[in-house]
Design a protein around this ligand. Sequence first.
Ligand SMILES: O=P(O)(O)OC[C@H]1O[C@H](O)[C@H](O)[C@@H](O)[C@@H]1O
Length: 545
Amino acid sequence: MSHLTESSAWQALSSHQPSIKHMRELFKEDPQRFEKMSLKSCGFLFDYSKNRLDDKALELLIELANSANLPAKIKAMFAGEAINTTENRAVLHTALRADSNADIRVNGENIVPEVQQTLAKMEQFVADVHQGTWKGHTGKTITDIVSIGIGGSFLGPKIASQALRPFWTGHLNCHFVANVDATSIVEKLKGLDPETTLFVMSSKSFSTQETLTNTLSARKWLLDSGAEQSAVAKHFVAITSNVPKATEFGIDANNIFPMWDWVGGRYSMWSAIGLPVALLIGFNAFRELLAGAAEMDEHFATQPLEQNMPVLMGMISLWYSNFYGSQSQVVLTYDHYLRGLPAYIQQLDMESNGKSVNLAGDELDYTTGPIIWGGEGTNGQHAYHQLIHQGTALIPADFIMPLNSHNPLGEHHAQLASNCFGQTQALMQGRTYEESLAELANSSLSDAEKDVIAKHKVMPGNRPSNTILMDKLTPKTLGSLIALYEHRTFVQGAIWDINSFDQWGVELGKVLGVNVLAELNPSNQCNKFDASTNALINCFNSNQI
Ligand SMILES: O=P(O)(O)OC[C@H]1O[C@H](O)[C@H](O)[C@@H](O)[C@@H]1O
């Protein structure tokens, strides 16, 4: 038994869980349930009343958070302590959106001035590109940005650009290349003009195979168009923490935007990794994005645990993972512009909390990160909501929706909202056998047939959901929303005593992939590895199924 599962709060939660009534009963018993289990802050209404929680469970979850020293761990992160213990690094994505007068030290040095200098460099660059001061090698204004990056160097800018489409200034179009599959870059370059295309190469390590390969192909595309080598300086900029490797690669030193090792890749869109977003929406709007995140930081750092949105979201999610055996959780965005957000949260949370040893390196005796997935509503209702309503798995859901659409059109938004709210209600209350049978009362079925069909129509309900509403999707609310999920992830990692900020699990596949690559050529009959891998390699080499 670990320190966590031995704790009195954990034990109390475990013994209390079976006594919690069906949500239908909880709502019947307490007309004030919504008032007691909802929160307004940072422009959000956070409704957590449709959860399998009573007052006692909530109280014990907060007690568990305190017994895990969550308040002290939150302070340690904001203070720049090396909480990423396996890499001996601070975790300071919050510093990227901190006030310019803040004093946040890493190894005794205040890092805020360099963050501000980089923001200023970004702002000037955005202005130069927008105003045509920055031109291509033939003197033409830039029309298209091609962002090359993967993982945390891709998904943040990608989904933020998509979410903030109504805020694009109109100066530029943007294309994202991530996968090493040539189809990605070939399709994205189709129809682009080498004279007016700017490549933004994003790689914290400057050693990611996919990104380097795509950048080499992009450079070849430019030079094959007849451009001189000197043209590269006008069509490539880079964001990296590895400046020497970037200059060695041929990126002009003046075109390199720094980032730092105290920013994790999946937490980096607030840094110069967010340059594609700033180029699309303008720098003032990018500052709004940062301000939204900063507001959530302030909330997270100052609010008592029981009034703290990321803490409540994190603890409620943990409640289902550790006390209901829930293996996956779903994020449902009832907004087409937010259709990419579930994938972003998936990367953020699963790469952070997909761990199985604690900070000391000991195997854990409890579940950690859930499988995060999701998509846009109402599409999911026609795809996977059946399982969420009537499947055997318990899948807690987050519903996210703005009150106001950027595209008000007749009944559309009211119908979207009615679906969002109707789904959370159906998940909560379900449909009893008696209700199902009553619905069949006038059917021509026999009594025996009605009995069977009614059983198939029963929906257990008691399926939990959080609902997050905002006035409108803007750079500010998007910033607060993403920061909310960053801190939710932090909360869970802190309780589970794991390192949410390294990712040792992604390395082996890459190393083995390099060994396989060395065996891929038509004349080679590989027998170096296991029978399966050898066979796959030889099938590829022979180009024959
Ligand atoms: O930004 P880069 O150094 O190119 O890394 C890109 C991505 O690759 C790695 O595999 C990590 O899993 C990600 O956290 C990272 O964002």
